[in-house]
Design a protein around this ligand. Structure first.
Ligand SMILES: [Zn+2]
Ligand SMILES: [Zn+2]
Length: 486
């Protein structure tokens, strides 16, 4: 997922071991978590690079999920695997009593964005998968944070439970939605979430609700030159459909997003295609508006099939809600983010980052964004943009998302630059910072029950009394093969 603005203000370097939580004495119980992270840089650098070197697509993340599970087990967590019909999902638990804090961990990669950790385009495998959304750092940072929290729970003897939700297939598979639907978040008081970003900030955006739908057209095969009159082209159906959608997009709310790729357009020009498929993403900041858009797109598909004498069927692949914000929780996380500070490059990392910035024709001053923490902005209702299955979690448990500077500022989301940066020590510094924010936030919540109840009160008010959760994925089973080439 691509995040919006991320900005600045900074603090200290992270992996020199010199960091101490502001106002806390080194060696005190409160510092156990951050000190653990300071001395574990090498452990998590290795773990994130294991994931980065094994980029697996949604629902196929067997090894990546396994690396994280293994570390959690070794760190004293009880790990349940293969939940909600997804073999690569897991929930890892440590501690007892309340509050129960959940941390989200993602680990799926993207197709076609393979890239080495160099500041120029150089795929590791031509056309291969790559961690261009930084989920290698995401999963590792979340796990590191949870293990650090475990250190504190043990040292302080405080009551409290920490859970890591290993959520597969964020990139279009909607893994979290199935985990919500299955009731796996029941009993969780607060969920903490992060995402690798080109800066350090708490997310105040509501993102967009999304529906992902595959449309399959079927026609009649025939020799395209000798007997075209006997054929009916499924590809014509797809093209007529796309054309209609490209016309209707003028008449939908400007914050809507509709995009598609043709995943099957036939096999050879001399055969009238009897089978063609197009995959659509339809998005809106409001899930009720989204339903209207999806209906209209569906009507266009029907119309296109009628006009080309083909048939069409559709399959919902996944869908997720827009995000429900929580100001109280944002303020708690902001305080911890400011304590932790931004990412400070060493000489080698700076040379790498500068080369990326120059390649993008940006000014070197943009790099400042990695070092500083952006002040907490006002809540920002979505005006379009990306989506995440975190949305569904946020309507069921109070949830907040923040970002740390895993990527070089100025890089686009889902870019080779992000694959490169996220697999380097810059990525590790960013994820260690995220882990520190997780641990400090959790300690704050464990030791201030009033904060937890204030967050929950705000959540109930925002969600409304009459809220009834109906997943946009309906009752379908996880589309475990959505990334398998057919
Ligand atoms: Zn992404
Ligand atoms: Zn992402």
């Amino acid at each position: 997922m691509k995040k919006g603005l991320w900005i600045l203000l900074c603090l200290c370097t992270v992996f020199t071991g010199g960091y101490a939580q502001k106002g806390k004495k080194k060696g005190s119980a409160d510092n156990v978590a951050t000190e653990y992270l300071d001395r574990s840089f090498g452990v998590y650098d290795k773990l994130q690079k294991q994931l980065w070197s094994t980029p697996e697509l949604g629902f196929l993340e067997v090894k990546s999920s396994g690396f994280l599970q293994e570390h959690l087990r070794e760190s004293g967590f009880t790990v349940e695997v293969g939940l909600a019909g997804m073999p690569t999902s897991f929930v890892a638990t440590y501690g007892s009593g309340s509050p129960v804090i959940g941390i989200l961990a993602e680990f799926d990669a993207l197709p076609g964005l393979s890239q080495d950790t160099v500041p120029y385009q150089k795929p590791v495998t031509e056309g291969g998968n790559g961690h261009a959304c930084g989920h290698n750092a995401f999963g590792t940072g979340s796990v590191a944070g949870a293990v650090a929290i475990r250190q504190w729970l043990e040292a302080s003897g405080h009551a409290g439970t920490i859970k890591v939700f290993g959520t597969p297939a964020e990139e279009g598979g909607g893994g979290k939605v199935y985990m919500v639907r299955e009731g796996l978040f029941a009993g969780v008081d607060i969920v903490l979430d992060w995402h690798p970003a080109p800066g350090n900030a708490v997310s105040v955006e509501s993102w967009t609700a999304i529906q992902i739908i595959d449309y399959t057209f079927r026609g009649i095969a025939a020799h395209a030159a000798a007997s075209p009159d006997k054929g009916r082209s499924a590809l014509d159906g797809v093209e007529a459909f796309n054309y209609m959608v490209n016309m209707l997009r003028e008449h939908v709310p400007i914050s809507s997003r509709i995009h598609y790729v043709i995943t099957n357009g036939g096999e050879a020009p001399n055969i009238v295609p009897e089978y063609a498929k197009v995959s659509y993403y339809v998005r809106s900041p409001n899930r009720e508006v989204l339903k209207g858009l999806v209906d209209w797109v569906g009507q266009a598909a029907e119309g296109a099939a009628k006009g080309t004498q083909t048939s069409v069927s559709s399959e919902i692949i996944s869908g997720s809600y827009e995000k429900l914000y929580n100001r109280k929780l944002a303020e708690v996380v902001q305080r911890q983010l400011e304590i932790v500070g931004g990412v400070k490059y060493d000489e080698r990392e700076r040379a790498f980052a500068e080369a990326i910035v120059k390649g993008l024709n940006n000014d070197l001053s943009t790099l400042k964004a990695a070092e500083v923490v952006q002040p907490l902005a006002e809540e920002m209702p979505s005006t379009g943009g990306a989506s995440s299955d975190v949305g569904d979690v946020s309507w069921n448990v109070p949830t907040i998302t923040f970002g740390t500077a895993v990527f070089v500022p100025g890089s686009a989301g889902h870019s080779w630059q992000n694959t490169a940066s996220g697999g380097s020590t810059i990525g590790t510094k960013g994820l260690i910072n995220a882990a520190k924010v997780f641990s400090l936030t959790a300690i704050e919540l464990y030791t201030h029950p009033k904060l937890v109840s204030e967050v929950k009160t705000e959540f109930e008010e925002r969600r409304g009394k009459d809220f009834n959760y109906v997943p946009l994925q309906g009752d379908r089973a996880p589309a475990l093969d959505y990334r398998v080439k057919k």
